[in-house]
Design a protein around this ligand. Structure first.
Ligand code: AKB
Length: 324
């Protein structure tokens, strides 16, 4: 039976961004109007929070069937293999990141759905890009498979918009910091791991060197940006590849110092691994004036606020787990 109320589908809904996006969209639109999907089921709380479909985003027919049966008109295509894992499985990463994007763009092209969100990343930039205050338009020669897939994806988004009128919108996320769902294999994950280790053992060994500055953002800001760009009238969206989003830039050493102010005796160590080369190829800070101008973007969380929110959030999760 076809359901006639138009709905939202989140692909990759159990992931770091997908899970928080699903909660937020369900709060606003009602749980029954937001369908979560992922390659496999998640924990009981998530599964009981609203409709869920198992979906392999690389399977076009399955994707189309779900969109038609639920009358999906908006898709947030959040499934992707991130930078660290993608370097271990280059062809798998390329296949997942590109096939899932083509599937959603083709569903919009054939008018099964009307609107698409697709995440890009600061990984589209490379070592030849200006490193500080990186502008929206600049040299882009990514050296990671993840970055190459995101850069190619951006070009395809712009192409589908120009050639077929597809309403696709995208953000180049910086590293995202959150505690509700663990991240999956990114180079910026140190800025999450540090909080867990600090609380558990008052010590953290960073896999990036102490002076590696990267652009980062608290998840609440990232979710706000994602929903905000999707709500903006189409004529205001001037960039159809992907918008730069800046957030805050800091080094592991700067983050470690703030954590030490909150946790007595906290000790920071450094043991860079293969992810150091990835981080070295990325910008240290990002200019997001275009997003500010076109859809009034402004982030809220500075680094001090992020540190406090992360420690509070993890502590309250641990308390509720121990009470359960
Ligand atoms: C990663 O580290 O791979 C991601 C990203 C910056 O896109 N967090």
């Amino acid at each position: 039976m076809i359901n006639m109320t138009s709905k939202i589908l989140i692909v990759g809904a159990c992931g770091q961004i997908g899970s928080e996006l699903t909660s937020k969209l369900r709060e606003t639109h009602g749980a029954e109007n937001v369908i979560a999907s992922d390659i496999r089921e998640s924990n009981a709380d998530f599964m009981n929070s609203g409709p869920f479909e198992v979906l392999d985003a690389t399977d076009f027919e399955a994707f189309e069937k779900i969109c038609k049966s639920h009358n999906i008109k908006t898709v947030y295509m959040m499934a992707a293999m991130l930078s660290g894992t993608a370097e271990k499985f280059p062809m798998k990463a390329w296949d997942l990141n590109m096939t899932s994007l083509f599937n959603v763009l083709d569903l919009a092209k054939n008018e099964t759905i009307k609107q698409v969100f697709w995440p890009s990343s600061i990984a589209v930039f490379g070592p030849t890009t200006p490193k500080f205050d990186t502008p929206q338009q600049t040299v882009m020669e990514p050296t990671t498979v993840y970055g190459i897939s995101k850069q190619a994806g951006e070009r395809w988004c712009a192409y589908y918009h120009k050639r077929y009128g597809v309403d696709v919108r995208s953000i180049r996320y910086p590293g995202l910091i959150s505690y509700k769902t663990p991240p999956g294999g990114g180079t910026t994950d140190y800025a999450i791991e540090i909080f867990y280790d600090a609380l558990e053992k008052e010590e953290y060994t960073s896999f990036l060197s102490k002076d590696t500055a990267l652009p980062m953002m608290y998840m609440d800001d990232a979710i706000e940006a994602t929903i905000s760009i999707m709500k903006t009238p189409a004529e205001q969206i001037k960039v159809r590849s992907s918008y730069n989003l800046g957030g805050v830039s800091f080094t592991p050493e700067e983050l470690g110092k703030l954590v030490a102010e909150e946790i007595d005796g906290f000790q920071m160590n450094y043991d860079p691994d293969f992810r150091q080369a990835i981080a070295d190829s990325w910008p240290s800070s990002i200019n997001d004036e275009e997003a500010q101008k076109d859809w009034n973007w402004q982030h809220k969380y500075d680094l001090e606020m992020i540190v406090k929110a992360m420690l509070e959030g993890i502590r309250s999760l641990e308390n509720s787990n121990s009470e359960a």
